[in-house]
Design a protein around this ligand. Structure first.
Ligand SMILES: C[S@@+](CC[C@H](N)C(=O)[O-])C[C@H]1O[C@@H](n2cnc3c(N)ncnc32)[C@H](O)[C@@H]1O
Length: 409
């Protein structure tokens, strides 16, 4: 029986729904799937339409018990190698008993997990208790996508669970001490997050593979049409044999500098990857042009006068006072009128920030007592406090990160 519930001010309204419906129609007609702006525009309008149709309690149910167990269930399915098993025998649909046998699990338990994954459109139920992979579950067979799940589940879920009590205990003050964040409360540790990553078996690898995978799936500053690499870094580059083109400071597994090397092999100059000694030791082999260097960015930068010092997702890991230490250690290495610092981070817009940015901000708060920054906050940190000059902020797409181009004033 269709039900027509009481209509009150909390119910979905025609005034909200109908214009969105019209916009979805218009944007749908002009959709260019290979144009990410066009695709995301339609996606966001469709999402707004979906939310406008939802009652508040439907939204609470969705958030609190439909979406919340998703990452733990996907992680469990990955531990069972379920998505790979579903892909066997030509990816034909398989029933739960068969899948339970293939994964050595209880069919009743597996059936319950798969029912929810199907209800949330992560896998597809093609018949009663018969399942096949979707585009999404198939992506779990690719490390660029799958590596985030174990990291997010083992590292972040505890921080988020600990956050409400942590904020209550700290009397709702903005936390800026990386040694006292929801991370320590959630993991019951006195270590900083980076110390914990280094000393907890497997975590360092999870961090670096997650960062590599996450970055590889985004539009990036070095992609054609974003930041003018040839013009801004190539032209005017020193012709000396020892000239350094780019230093990737805190570059993790080296995925960025490797991609930079692949895209810009036509520009000369050395490429140097720097990170903590244990991270550098864990990196794979690179082409000869990429030099590896253990370096602590709380000490003075040893490579002087490079064309560019690149910091990707470094400063968002730290509160302002620590960012200032990192920038002060970099500043003496800059050659005036020649060297740049390229800070690759989100710049949170003053209004209507995308959830991928705001959610990351809460992640940074709970993990490192740090933050995503607005343009105003970046200017205060880089210009007023560190005494550097922002030449330009390159933002290529809403909800993706930006490149802040910095020089000596
Ligand atoms: C969020 S990750 C970003 C990694 C990489 N730039 C990227 O975008 O994928 C932060 C990086 O900072 C490195 N890091 C943390 N403390 C450091 C220190 N004192 N000196 C050098 N690197 C450090 C970490 O090991 C990690 O690789």
């Amino acid at each position: 029986m269709d039900s027509t519930h009481n209509v009150d001010s909390l119910s979905p309204s025609r005034e909200e729904v109908l214009p969105l419906l019209e916009q979805v129609h218009i944007k749908g007609l002009s959709l260019q799937l290979n144009n990410s702006k066009s695709r995301k525009d339609l996606m966001e309008t469709t999402r707004a339409l979906f939310l406008a149709l939802e009652t508040p309690m439907e939204a609470i149910v969705r958030m609190a018990w439909a979406e919340k167990p998703l990452v733990p269930l996907i992680y469990t399915a990955m531990n069972l190698n379920l998505f790979a098993k579903m892909n066997e025998n030509g990816a034909s649909p398989k029933n739960v008993r068969e899948l339970a046998e293939m994964t050595d699990s209880d069919p009743i338990l597996l059936g319950r997990i798969l029912k929810h994954l199907a209800a949330m459109s992560f896998v597809k139920e093609t018949g009663p208790d018969i399942y096949t992979n979707t585009r999404l579950s198939k992506s779990m067979l690719h490390p660029d996508h799958s590596s985030s799940i174990p990291f997010l589940e083992t590292t972040f879920s505890k921080n988020f669970t600990a956050l409400p009590k942590f904020l209550l205990d700290t009397k709702y003050r903005n936390c800026t001490d990386p040694m006292k964040s929801a991370f320590q409360a959630g993991h019951d540790t006195t270590l900083s997050a980076f110390e914990w990553f280094s000393t907890t078996p497997g975590q360092l690898e999870l961090l670096t593979t997650h960062m590599a995978g996450y970055n590889r799936t985004l539009t990036r500053w070095m992609d054609k049409g974003c930041y003018p690499v040839e013009k801004n870094l190539g032209i005017g580059l020193s012709k000396e044999e020892e000239a350094v083109l780019l230093v990737d400071v805190g570059g993790g597994s080296g995925h960025d500098i490797l991609d930079f090397h692949k895209q810009y092999s036509g520009i000369s100059g050395r490429l140097i990857l720097q990170d903590r000694p244990d991270v550098i030791a864990s990196t794979k082999d690179f082409p000869d042009r990429i030099e590896k260097m253990p370096y602590d960015f709380f000490t003075e930068q040893p490579i002087k006068g490079a064309r560019a010092y690149y910091l990707h997702f470094i400063l968002h890991d730290w509160p302002d006072s620590t960012c200032l230490d990192i920038l002060k250690n970099l500043k003496p290495a800059l050659k005036k009128g020649y060297s740049k610092i390229l800070i690759n981070e989100y710049v949170v817009p003053a209004q209507n920030a995308h959830y991928s940015v705001t959610g990351l901000d809460i992640m940074m708060m709970s993990l490192f007592a740090s933050m995503e920054r607005t343009e105003e906050a970046w200017r205060k940190l880089i210009e007023e406090e560190a005494g550097l000059k922002i030449v330009a902020i390159w933002t290529y797409e809403r909800g993706t990160d930006s490149l802040i181009e910095v020089e000596l004033p």
